[in-house]
Design a protein around this ligand. Sequence first.
Ligand SMILES: [Zn+2]
Length: 147
Amino acid sequence: MSHEKRLAQLRRYFDTSGKRYTVEREHMIDVIAEMEGPFTIVDLYKAAKAKGFVHAASTLYRNLFIFIDAGFITERHLSGGKLEYEANTGNNNFLLCVGCGTLKRVPLSKEFKAMQEELCKKHKLLPVSYHYQQKGYCSKCQKKIAK
Ligand SMILES: [Zn+2]
């Protein structure tokens, strides 16, 4: 996604949510887009600080929900209460083993995509992002259950 598209997505969010648009928040969408793979809030803070966009960690922590709500970041709840973040790339489908904590990224089927589009259309929702995470027990952990 280009900077212009990210900016349009951010402006749409501010126009509709009543939250205040700031240049710092605009800069953050590009920092987020450059994050590769899963990251922690500390990783994001370090990346933003290195570019001179954020000075206080508390400011970023307070504003994190904006980037989650606006569809730039997915927040994942892992086992043990840990949180992990990732820039939304359109491939946010995961299987999480609640036994050993293994997180596996899985591709989205055409049927699933079609179902999402149909749901959004039916309920007149302009899609921004989504997050799918199925929790369960992996094959190794299932063997422990059987004993
Ligand atoms: Zn497992």
